[in-house]
Design a protein around this ligand. Structure first.
Ligand code: SIN
Length: 351
């Protein structure tokens, strides 16, 4: 009897061991798409400034993160390697289409995009509206180059991979992980030029926290995103041209004229409720009533609050609570589908 029990114990240990080995082998796959930025930057050892962004390749970034290999099987791809101020709409389309293609692979659990922080929120929101998958897509960067003392990139990347493979992140749209925070692509914005807690979700804060490799969610973005939008960039090479006209005291009429002459759509980065001078208002009215098909959207120069419709100026569209750079992206995508002002007005109320 004792022998039988001992045999059973050995068999159980062997069985348990083989389950652990199998679990190791069955780590989820996370694809990391590298685009450059400070996270891939190098400079003088220890210094946080005076470096070059977009120097290290994606494999070097992965190799610089202790323990990351225990989170997931990692597949790195270099899409581009530049400062994010150089990213173009063509790069966005390549990125979205690549994610959409890879997302069909059932072995892939999620995606991380390494990116410069300057325009991270723009790429994140573009992907939020155009990737067609429920799998997590996490955008991440760093404020300090890889060669700085206390570089923030490695922990941000570690936490991004942890979130990208996590079941709680499925269906939450594109997110940004930064300095232990999880932010929705729609709300997130860069809030400091220099410090490492560089992102915030404006009026709505963070969706949650990362603590080491564990996400804690407290809220969610209720606006339609990813699979629930009509925006499809699969057949496109570039997006319609939309400019941002920054309103300020004494802004001349020539400025709004120049933007309306030049672009398919114009975002006015307005004061207060997306407001602008009577001069600009009247000029937009005059041009639109005279048959100018340029779509003009009013957004707010400040980070918080909602821009509402003006009953007295239906020639413009309210940008809701999108900041000007995000309103630009939504208008570009709207213009791939329609030039109907009222349909676009509905899109701005919805997305
Ligand atoms: C960039 O956006 O590429 C440079 C700044 C940064 O990544 O923090």
């Amino acid at each position: 009897m004792k022998k039988l029990l001992a045999l059973l114990c050995v068999a159980a240990m062997l069985f348990t061991g083989s389950v652990i080995a199998a679990a190791d082998e069955e780590l989820p796959t996370v694809v990391i798409l590298g685009t450059g930025g400070t996270i891939a930057g190098t400079g003088e050892a220890g210094k946080t400034t005076g470096y070059s962004a977009g120097e290290l390749d994606i494999q070097s970034l992965i190799d610089g993160v202790p323990g990351i290999e225990k989170l997931a099987k990692l597949q790195g791809e270099q899409v581009l390697n530049t400062a994010s101020d150089n990213v173009t709409d063509k790069d966005w389309i390549v990125l979205a289409n690549r994610i959409n293609e890879l997302a069909k692979d059932p072995k892939i659990a999620g995606f991380v995009i390494t990116h410069g922080t300057d325009t991270l929120e723009e790429t994140a929101y573009f992907l939020d509206l155009t990737v067609k998958t429920d799998k997590p897509v996490i955008c991440v960067g760093a404020m300090r180059p890889a060669t700085a003392t206390s570089a923030d990139g490695p922990l941000n990347l570690y936490q991004s991979v942890a979130l990208a493979r996590s079941p709680e992140a499925v269906g939450q749209g594109v997110m940004v992980v930064f300095s232990d925070g999880i932010f929705s692509a729609r709300q997130v914005t860069k809030i400091t030029t220099y410090r490492t807690n560089a992102f915030d979700g404006k009026d709505f804060g963070a969706l949650g926290y990362m603590v080491d490799d564990k996400p804690y969610f407290y809220t969610k973005d209720v606006r339609p995103h990813t699979t629930a939008t009509p925006f499809d960039v699969s057949g496109l090479e570039e997006l319609p041209k939309v400019g941002v006209a920054y309103f300020h005291i004494d802004a001349e009429q020539e400025i709004i004229d120049m933007f309306m002459d030049r672009y398919d759509g114009v975002i006015v980065a307005g004061a207060g409720n997306g407001s602008m001078s009577t001069l600009w208002h009247n000029r937009i009215k005059e041009r639109v009533d005279g048959g100018d098909s340029t779509i003009v959207v009013r957004a707010g120069r400040m980070d918080n609050g909602i821009v509402t419709e003006y009953a007295t100026n239906p020639q413009t569209i309210a940008g809701n609570n999108l900041n000007p750079q995000k309103a630009r992206i939504l208008l570009q995508l709207c213009l791939t589908l329609t030039h109907d002002r009222e349909v676009i007005r509905d899109y701005f109320a919805k997305y």
